[in-house]
Design a protein around this ligand. Structure first.
Ligand code: SF4
Length: 197
């Protein structure tokens, strides 16, 4: 991603966040391969049904990308005019079944979207416990179990939130987090004489 107009600190943050995503993808892929757990083709139930919550900094790469593509103002206008929209604006459902669809920003989706269904926590017995999604539990119950290769949410959240302690890492509904990130990048760009495009 070419971001000539953003401050060095912001570009560095985005670069380090994306490096953490590479590691998340590596670990979730290894976990899937070790146990055979996978999502059904075209399943978008998490995106369609849940109120996905992420922090504003997690949406900065997406926000920078939208400014770069000249689409940021369109998204800001939509989000300001539709503050109650709960389903992620990047989800593209199939007309006949809203639980089937795809993510239109798959490569730059935030950590939660990368980890959900393939990560978990240490339980009170000190064992890894998968936060399995409802679909996994229904159709692949024998595979929806933790093993030593299962990534841990906490490990990544600790790493990512440590990238910049001055950011507000409070989880927000994903569309609100996106709006805040778009405004943040717009604010930073307003001090620059060069456009991202
Ligand atoms: S960013 Fe993509 S994966 Fe995450 S909730 Fe939105 S559509 Fe789903």
């Amino acid at each position: 991603m070419n971001q000539p107009a953003l401050p060095e600190r912001t570009r560095q943050f985005i670069s380090e966040l994306q490096a953490a995503w590479v590691e998340i993808d590596r670990q979730t892929t290894a976990f899937q391969q070790s146990g055979g757990l996978s999502c059904p083709a075209n399943c978008g139930r998490c995106c369609a049904r849940h109120t996905v919550e992420v922090s504003m900094p997690e949406m900065l790469p997406l926000a920078a990308d939208l400014w770069q593509r000249g689409e940021a103002e369109e998204y800001i206008a939509f989000l300001e005019n539709n503050p109650d929209e709960k389903v992620c604006v990047f989800y593209r459902p199939q007309p006949a079944n809203r639980e089937l669809g795809y993510c239109s920003v798959y490569q730059i989706r935030p950590s939660l979207c990368r980890l959900f269904g393939f990560a978990g926590r240490i339980n009170k017995y000190g064992q890894r416990q998968l936060n399995a999604c409802e679909v996994h539990k229904q159709i692949q119950p024998e595979k929806a179990v933790a093993n030593d290769q299962m990534p841990l949410f906490e490990q990544f959240y600790h790493r990512i939130s440590g990238l910049d302690a001055e950011f507000d890492w409070t989880p927000l509904p994903i569309n609100q987090a996106l709006l805040a990130a778009l405004k943040k990048i717009g604010f930073l760009l307003s001090f620059s004489s060069t456009s991202l495009r």
